[in-house]
Design a protein around this ligand. Structure first.
Ligand code: ADP
Ligand code: MG
Length: 384
């Protein structure tokens, strides 16, 4: 009987996702930027070595650069292990193949959050939105959702709605609201659960319709000129797909959230008037990213943490219903390979390590396979 078979298929798929972990961390290293265009050094410092036989997870390593003329010392190589590490050669389809199980879980009625984290210019928007020639997770997820719905019809009938919120300076904006003044969405952190008044939720019936709505809204994101990238985004952006289905007896309501986070870079700010706004932005971004890290690491710790600090930021507060429990979380950490970004890359990988459950692979005499990665990041030494 088809209905029983549907239920078995759903259960099996979601058991497999759970076995791999409801909270997973991927790293994506973008290709080195064309030197001729940017004048940046070409050196590709981030490597994605093959993990040793029998190791769990995949490796990324960052060799430290030692300044010329400084005191002579040994350069270290920082190594990290994650559920998946995508090298600069991994294309959008390769990345999506690993994200697709999360999309399927949302179709099966689970809450899913996929985050893209990283410094400005590291590839967050490429990964989440992509371009018309190289569509990212959003477009591919929409295709997958409507394909799956077509497969389930006519036994199941699904309604798909899109929502899109922006968080800038800890204020929440509705990017789908029809008037361009972008009214502040009411959201009271004193409430037990986030209450959002008048949030726009638009029905969509095809990937094309959804993509059109979301692309238009994306253009309304607040963008500020930062030192690293004139078009950088200083806000968090949350795309949500609500998937409500019924076969007349059972119902299913899944949510797929895709979050393009604000750039994680530390800015050096002088204190001029112009910089006051940048300073406020940087503080809001730093504290909300820290809150996100704390929430995810509380959720992934064993034994589970008794307190999960959802209320420390608007971001975690709004996403609270979709994090924890049997919800599925994927953090994709984007890093830039160039040597000049070494410091930020290490910051991002340390953030990732904090939210990840990966244990190290045994590669060095200083590590043992039972120790958590946190204790063994600094390993191989090479003399430069
Ligand atoms: P962010 O959103 O993190 O600021 P972007 O996604 O805008 O960064 O990426 C910066 C630039 O690098 C863009 O021109 C983008 O097209 C390019 N880029 C990023 N990741 C990749 C990738 N994996 N392959 C090819 N180009 C990439
Ligand atoms: Mg971006």
């Amino acid at each position: 009987d088809r209905r029983a078979w549907d239920a078995v298929r759903r259960t099996l798929h979601n058991r497999v996702v759970e076995l791999r972990g409801n909270i997973r961390t991927f790293v994506r290293v973008r290709p080195a930027v064309d030197v001729a265009k940017t004048g940046q050094p070409a050196a590709t410092s981030v490597a994605c070595p093959r993990p040793p036989a029998g190791a769990s997870g995949e490796m990324v390593e960052v060799p430290e650069t030692v300044a010329a003329g400084g005191p002579p010392r040994k350069a270290r190589t920082f190594r990290f292990a994650f559920d998946r590490v995508f090298s600069p050669r991994a294309d959008q389809a390769t990345v999506f193949a690993e994200v697709e199980p999360f999309v399927r879980s949302a179709i099966d009625g689970f809450a899913v959050c996929v985050f893209a984290y990283g410094q400005t210019g590291s590839g967050k928007t490429h990964t989440t939105l992509g371009s018309p020639e190289h569509p990212g997770i959003l477009g591919r997820s929409l295709d997958r959702v409507f394909e799956a719905i077509a497969d389930l019809e006519p036994r199941w009938r699904f309604d798909v709605h899109v929502e899109m919120l922006e968080i800038y300076l800890e204020k929440v904006y509705d990017l789908l609201a029809s008037d361009d003044g972008a009214p502040l969405v009411a959201c009271d952190q004193g409430d037990q659960v986030p209450k959002i008044a008048n949030q726009t939720r638009l029905p969509v019936d095809s990937p094309r319709a959804a993509a059109a709505v979301l692309a238009k809204a994306q253009k309304r994101r607040k963008v500020g000129a930062t030192k690293s990238n004139a078009n950088s985004s200083r806000s968090h952006c949350i795309f949500s797909l609500r998937l409500n289905g019924t076969d007349g007896v059972e119902t299913s309501s899944g949510v797929f959230n895709l979050v393009d986070l604000a750039g994680s870079e530390r800015l050096s700010i002088s204190g001029s008037n112009d910089d006051k706004r940048l300073l406020k932005e940087a503080q809001a971004i730093n504290s909300s990213l820290a809150a996100l890290g704390n929430v995810i690491s509380a959720l992934s710790s064993t034994p589970p943490a008794s307190h999960v600090p959802y209320r420390d930021s608007k971001l975690t507060f709004l996403l609270q219903p979709f994090l924890g429990g049997d919800a599925k979380t994927l953090a994709i950490i984007n890093v830039a390979p160039e040597t000049i970004h070494e410091r930020e890359t290490l910051c991002s990988l340390r953030f990732a390590q904090k939210v990840s459950r990966c244990v190290p692979t045994t590669t060095s005499s200083t590590s043992s396979s039972a120790k958590p990665m946190a204790t063994t990041t600094t390993m191989t030494t090479t003399t430069k």
